[in-house]
Write a protein that binds this ligand. Structure first.
Ligand code: DAH
Length: 345
């Protein structure tokens, strides 16, 4: 019995030592100390021993039992400690690593300029209108006094989809659509920003696709003075109080009289630089009093109603605003260029 008990004790301790997790440790406990455990059976067997030996064997069994329980407890502490150590090692955070920053996009400079233009005109009581980019020949040309074979079509002739449908070459058709929609009602005060398309010119100030903001005001008693005052206010708000506008006589089939409007160069202050081609002025828009035939075609009586209109080149405004010399920068998706305009709206 003595010999068996010693062997059993040693085997039990060995089993404990081999355990690597709590379930296996539990299994060892059951194997030796459970109801039908090997040590439990030994205790039962002891009852059959000779009374003289019982005390000695009893003590021996108790020693083995205590040693086993102590070993199991120590092992459990060990397993728990190891588990914590492993978790700590796995979840270590190196706080000295640089953080992962989100790459934030930014508003394109042209969209930013359009927002600014809208803001200025909305402040003068205008609403923002929209029109289709795929336009009919009628709205893009006919209704604007540009019939077939009119020489004014030549500079616009560009992206036709079929005989009578094209990508609009100007935002002016929105004037016609707006007046038709209003059905003779006044006043009208709208601006319409949007993309326009033309035959390509390979130079730094032209692009086959660019942006315009069209403006139209229809009311009684309007004159060129209102037009000039409006544009001067726009220039001063956009470029600062020192900014000036200059009107030059021009021709557009849908306005009479017509003007080209220059703004004093905001990059050099009018002294002369590359952006203004040393002239001190930059041409940024076309404008005029809406032609009586156009008014009549849209259901307005030209003897009662007056209207002025203008078409602003958004890229020109943006070039002036930020001192950009080449219009193509806006469209090449060059991040180095675009990142300079990380401004908020
Ligand atoms: N649509 C003209 C262009 O693209 C610009 C323009 C001139 C618009 C005179 C107007 C205007 O509204 O009255 O060249």
């Amino acid at each position: 019995m003595d010999f068996r008990l010693d062997a059993l004790g040693e085997e039990a301790l060995l089993d404990v030592r081999r355990c690597e997790d709590e379930p296996s440790l539990h299994a060892v406990r059951v194997r030796y100390l459970g109801k039908k455990g090997l040590l439990t059976l030994a205790i039962r067997e002891m009852a059959q021993q000779h009374p003289e030996q019982r005390a000695r064997i009893g003590k021996q069994i108790n020693d083995v039992k205590h040693a086993l329980e102590a070993a199991i407890m120590a092992k459990r502490d060990d397993i728990v400690a190891q588990g914590i150590a492993r978790k700590l090692a796995e979840e270590t955070i190196d706080v000295t690593l640089p953080g992962r920053t989100e790459r934030l996009g930014a508003v394109h400079p042209l969209m930013h300029v359009i927002e600014e233009i809208e803001h200025i005109f909305v402040g003068m009581g205008y609403t923002v209108a929209e029109g289709p980019e795929v336009e009919t020949d009628y709205y893009n040309f006919e209704a604007l006094n540009i019939p077939e074979h009119h020489p004014a079509r030549a500079m616009h002739d560009s992206f036709y989809i079929d005989e009578t449908t094209l990508l609009r070459t100007q935002t002016s058709p929105v004037q016609i659509r707006t007046m038709q929609r209003c059905g003779g009602a006044i006043p009208i005060k709208i601006i319409c920003p949007g993309k326009v398309y033309r035959r390509d010119d390979d130079d730094p100030t032209h692009s086959h696709q660019f942006m315009q903001v069209e403006g139209l005001v229809v009311d009684t008693h309007l004159s060129m003075a209102h037009l000039k005052g409006t544009l001067a206010h726009f220039a001063r708000t956009m470029f600062g109080s020192h900014s000036r506008v200059r009107l030059r006589p021009s021709f557009f089939p849908f306005t009479e009289p017509s003007v080209e409007v220059d703004i004093s160069c905001a990059v050099c202050g009018g002294v002369g630089c590359r952006v203004c081609k040393q002239s001190g002025w930059v041409e940024v828009l076309g404008a005029g009093m809406v032609h009586p035939d156009v008014l009549a075609r849209c259901g307005y009586d030209p003897t009662v109603v007056r209207a002025f209109a203008f078409g602003v080149g958004v890229e020109r405004i943006a070039m002036l605003r930020y001192g950009i010399e080449d219009i193509r920068h806006f469209y090449t998706n060059d991040r180095a260029f675009l990142q300079q305009f990380r401004m908020r709206l």
